[in-house]
Design a binder for this molecule. Structure first.
Ligand code: FES
Length: 103
């Protein structure tokens, strides 16, 4: 299947940084956290804020609007006021390119 989509070069995302990418009909946040790459939905589950505008702290993303936090690898909420997990997507890096799997 062709469910892997190239979204960025690995060197476009610094360590402890996050960028927004658009793939198909989705807006995703792609992270470099602790040297590994991850992808989640970009829209916070609490309000209308883009997590790609937030701050990566270790393997957590802090929302820019109310400072709620999510665990990036699992998408689990990890700090009020967020309580609903954020959807995550599988990521792989091949030849310096980041691919996200969207099924
Ligand atoms: Fe993200 Fe409120 S919108 S914590």
């Amino acid at each position: 299947t062709n469910s892997w989509h190239q979204v960025a070069s690995a060197d476009e995302i610094e360590v402890e940084d996050v960028i927004q990418v658009k793939v198909l009909d989705k807006v995703l946040a792609v992270y470099n956290a602790k040297g590994n790459y991850y992808a989640t939905h970009d829209l916070c589950t609490h309000g209308h804020a883009c997590l790609s505008d937030g701050v990566v702290i270790g393997d957590r993303i802090e929302c820019p609007l109310h400072q709620g936090r999510f665990h990036i690898p699992s998408g689990k909420p990890d700090g009020a006021p967020v309580s609903v997990p954020i959807e995550t997507f599988p990521v792989k890096v091949v030849d310096g390119q980041i691919y996200v799997q969207i099924v």
